[in-house]
Design a protein around this ligand. Structure first.
Ligand code: FAD
Length: 479
């Protein structure tokens, strides 16, 4: 083999001499993998088992210098580029067919300055890396709820976790980033340095560059928090139960965060075998305040019926953050997700959700109703690119199934369920959740809001006019 065929930005293919590629890769500090290398398959697999892409070359960068070289190489040869942080994005944009993957998974260092309550986090770190290093000081950054998710993708499109009501979203706790831009420069962006970039990356995803390091503000959390997680079988009382959860959460202090989950008891050794597969509603509530008070405050949620299982009780914050990990295994299942915001939950909306919960295409398919509000909703929509800050709920259809033969029907079910719920929504989606496919400009505009979207297009036109960073919720540069 004298040359390697690599997919270009425009979708055609170009032959690059192996000598040229070797000269480039031997200059990198981190390893790189081509098809046929023993490490290649492991390096191309990401969380969503539906994604089966074969990049021409995977560059596992060791630091900002590798990222700069990788961006310059891709830009000079006009190659299709994917950026991989934690590899958890359901749309599968962390890898690409025939192109170049800039993989940051080895850049996962976390340094904490406990006195200043700051964490400096590598662009490929996972949430668990941050929790491990921050919790030793009784601190936490407001990230997501599964510890194997990447900090980068999650933060750049918002970032919702158990601290959202008390401390805001991940992007709200961001103080600065180091980022390699499309022209190969390493820039720092914060409220005072390159503020345009800083505005754009807090919601605008990977559209503007490759983030090599994040600086987060930290907050005192735990180390013990309280979980309330009764599993109620889905039955004729479920709609009433959801109304009670809604009313409880509407008066809850900001130390309390909740997702109401419509699921089936997972067929996993962590759960009693005789319960596997029973459809359940779980009003999962987290209290991050005083552990002494929490049990009494959360008790009403444990008395909404006869739970078949109850996981409630105090637990370490790190234990809470890793509790879901065994149930969301990398590469194991097919996934397609889609979400929408809701201002309120009236009887008709609840009726539809419960009806959909009964008809989920697979017991592992989850419907999650995220209660929002508090600190995350006090940020003005124009303060960060993210936009949406007023909805009280996020409804997410996290459809998951095993057999690829069911892809068509499972995806169609998700789209139908989402379309049916549009009657209750102002439009727009949470851009961290969509599956592969059909988002497009009008949905992005609705999600960011028109003013923010126009500003994002301006930024993209100025800083990435060739759209080098296009494998994301892509903001198209203007002409
Ligand atoms: C099991 C599971 C649980 C989840 N839980 C939550 C949750 O609790 N809260 C929540 O808000 N979301 C959650 N998500 C959604 C998650 O935030 C997104 O999937 C996010 O994109 C994951 O980030 P990643 O770095 O792992 O993804 P990747 O697939 O690696 O990256 C996604 C995209 O982000 C961009 N990107 C990644 N790294 C960089 C970088 N260093 N610089 C610039 N751009 C980059 C690229 O455009 C890339 O295509 C969850 C997803 C899964 C699968």
């Amino acid at each position: 083999m004298n040359s390697l065929q690599i997919t270009t930005l425009e979708g055609s293919s170009v032959a690059i001499d192996i000598a040229t590629i070797e000269e480039f890769t031997t200059g990198l500090r981190g390893p790189s993998f081509l098809q046929g290398d023993p490490e290649y398959d492991e390096a191309r697999i990401i969380w969503n088992g539906s994604t089966d892409k074969h990049p021409a070359i995977i560059l596992q960068c060791s630091g900002a210098a590798d990222v700069i070289d990788a961006v310059n190489f891709a830009r000079r040869h006009e190659l299709l580029v994917a950026i991989r942080g934690g590899g958890h994005n359901v749309a599968g944009n962390a890898v690409c067919e025939g192109g170049v993957v800039i993989d940051l998974s080895n850049m996962n260092s976390v340094r904490v300055d406990a006195n200043a309550r700051r964490a400096y986090v590598g662009g490929g770190a996972l949430l668990g890396d941050v929790d491990r290093e921050t919790q030793v000081f009784g601190l936490a950054a407001p990230l997501g709820v599964v510890s194997l998710t990447g900090v980068a993708g999650l933060t750049l499109c918002g970032g919702l976790g158990y601290l959202r009501r008390k401390h805001g979203m991940a992007c709200d706790a961001l103080l600065s980033v180091d980022m390699v831009t499309a022209d190969g420069n390493l820039v720092t962006a914060s409220n005072t340095e390159n503020p345009d970039f800083f505005w754009g990356i807090r919601g605008g995803g990977g559209n503007f560059g490759v983030v090599t390091s994040f600086e987060f503000e930290l907050y005192p959390v735990g180390p013990t928090v309280t979980l309330c997680a009764p599993f109620y079988p889905i039955n004729e009382n479920t709609e009433e139960l959801v109304r009670s959860w809604r009313d409880f959460m509407s008066k809850a202090p900001e130390e309390i965060t909740s997702n109401c989950l419509f699921w089936s008891v997972p067929a996993h050794p962590n759960f009693p075998e005789e319960l596997h597969g029973i459809p359940v509603v779980i009003p999962a509530v987290i209290h991050i305040g005083d552990v002494e008070d929490a049990a009494e405050i959360l008790q009403p949620m444990r008395e909404l019926g006869d739970p078949i299982l109850d996981l409630s009780g105090p637990l370490p914050y790190v234990g809470l953050q890793t509790a879901f990990d065994p149930l969301f295994v990398k590469g194991e299942r097919q996934n397609y997700w889609k979400s929408l915001y809701l201002d309120s939950l009236d009887d008709a909306a609840i009726g539809n959700i419960v009806n959909r919960a009964r008809g989920r295409p697979d017991p592992w398919s989850l419907i999650a109703l995220w209660h929002l509000g508090g600190a995350m909703n006090r940020v003005a929509p124009s303060d960060t690119a993210l936009g949406e800050r007023s909805a009280n709920y996020l409804l997410s259809f996290d459809t998951s199934w095993t057999d690829p033969a069911d892809n068509k029907s499972a995806i169609a079910w998700t789209r139908d369920a989402w379309a049916e719920m549009q009657a209750f929504s102002r439009g727009g989606i949470y851009l961290n959740f969509p599956g592969e496919g059909e988002e497009g400009e009008s949905l992005l505009r609705a999600s960011y809001g028109s003013d923010n979207y126009d500003r994002l297009v301006e930024l993209k036109t100025k800083f990435d006019p060739a759209n080098l960073f296009r494998l994301n919720q892509n903001i198209l540069p203007g002409k």
